[in-house]
Design a protein around this ligand. Structure first.
Ligand SMILES: Cc1ncc(COP(=O)(O)O)c(C=O)c1O
Length: 396
């Protein structure tokens, strides 16, 4: 009898990505020579800054770098991320015990959850969210307790409520990420202080996914949770090179903070990987040490695109608010289409306006009613998309 993937214990719990439906349609339209303007995936379109690429090439030529590397990351790479945290946030970290290199933030999330969450452990996190935040918990056999987040204060208040409801339901971990994907919600240091205080009071672990640490606009500076006094007692922060340095394909990230959680992650990773290709790690040192100005340029590019998209959509009658951080616009579906639901609306927009966006439902049930635009098309193509959307809305 042929094997069915539905029979696999873990696979049964992982529904196919909702985004695959839109991706498939996109591929068909492209194959038929249609020019689709694609705001779908948060996949940076810009080049990795030159000094980083040059260092990679130089390091790749040295045969000493062709061997297995270190699962925890090169000591100098860990030292460099710690120096960046000291420079940018005034946070002291020990590169030996409080910093580990990971294969991007996704690896960090999935394997950290695998390391520290056991069957039935409750992990509280906002919904909608980046899918691994929920499914990483499910893969680790924990209980993903998703909380709506109309505002950060409302999220905090619902989180407090969880602790009031009997001991067995108490979260073992709070998993957050700000600037938030997909809602673009941003928080201040006081919010982080409240999270840390709550976690310390109840002995709860905190994971802060800081993937958009450097993508912020109009003077807003996203806080690191590690800036909060005592945060390291309960919290780790996951930093990603993907957005800050246009290095998404390189698969570089870090987990920083609580030594106990980092030790657990190091143990799991020692069984699973040997770290990324050493020349990538060496080039990563250059990124962290020398490329602050490049990060600012990347952020400025997203800001220009944000402004074109936001002002353009508002002129078409599709009312949207500019985000303060992240590389996304989280837009409520125009009134006349809301009943369709986000997936059907995305299909219609793609079919009729040749504009691809992500359906809110793909980020969880509370994402319904919205779509997400990523700022990954240049200003010219963003304007072109706005014109198509204007036409699309006019025809309805
Ligand atoms: C919130 C969030 N975390 C993590 C990631 C993945 O980061 P990385 O490329 O470092 O795995 C993304 C990517 O879109 C994201 O939006």
């Amino acid at each position: 009898m042929p094997l069915s993937s539905e029979e696999f214990y873990r696979i049964q719990k992982l529904p196919p990505y909702v985004f695959a439906v839109v991706n498939e349609m996109k591929a068909k339209l492209r194959a038929a020579q249609y020019d689709v303007i694609d705001f779908g995936m948060g996949n940076p379109d810009g080049a990795t800054p030159k000094p980083i690429v040059n260092k990679l090439i130089e390091a790749a030529r040295d045969k000493r770098n062709h061997r297995y590397s270190m699962s925890r990351g090169l000591p100098n790479l860990r030292l460099e991320i710690c120096k960046r945290y000291k420079r940018n946030y005034g946070v002291d970290l020990d590169p030996e015990t409080e910093a580990i290199s990971t294969i991007g933030a996704k690896d960090a999330l999935a394997h950290l959850l695998f390391a520290v969450i056991g069957p039935g452990d409750v992990v509280a996190s906002p919904n909608p969210a980046y899918p691994i935040h929920q499914y990483g918990v499910i893969m680790a056999e924990g209980h993903a307790c998703t909380i709506p987040m109309p505002t950060p204060d409302e999220f905090l208040s619902r989180l407090h409520d969880l602790y009031k409801r009997g001991a067995e339901k108490k979260p073992k971990m709070i998993l957050i990420s700000f600037p938030h994907n997909p809602t673009t919600t941003c928080v201040d240091l006081d919010f982080m202080k409240s999270i840390v205080a709550l976690a310390r009071k109840h002995g709860t672990m905190v994971v802060h996914d800081f993937a958009y640490a450097d993508i912020a606009f109009d003077g807003y500076v996203p806080p690191s949770i590690l800036q909060v006094e005592g945060a390291k007692e309960v919290a780790v922060e996951i930093f990603s090179m993907s957005k800050s340095y246009n290095m998404a394909g390189w698969r570089m990230g870090f987990t920083l903070g609580n030594p106990k959680m980092i030790k657990a992650l190091a143990r799991i990773k020692s069984y699973l990987d040997y770290g990324i290709f050493q020349p990538l790690q060496i080039a990563g040192i250059i990124a962290l040490r020398e490329c602050e100005a490049e990060t600012q340029k990347i952020c400025a590019t997203y800001k220009k695109r944000r402004d074109v998209l936001v002002s353009g959509l508002n002129k078409t009658g599709w009312t949207v608010e500019p985000p303060k951080g992240s590389m996304f616009l989280w837009a409520q579906i125009p009134e006349q289409f809301r009943a369709l639901g986000s997936l059907e609306f995305c299909k219609k927009l793609l079919q009729e306006a040749l504009v691809a966006v992500s359906p809110g439902i793909g980020f969880g049930p509370y994402g319904e009613g919205h779509v997400r635009f990523s700022f990954i098309e240049n200003e010219h193509r963003t304007r072109q998309a706005v014109r198509s959307i204007k036409q699309f809305l006019r025809e309805k």
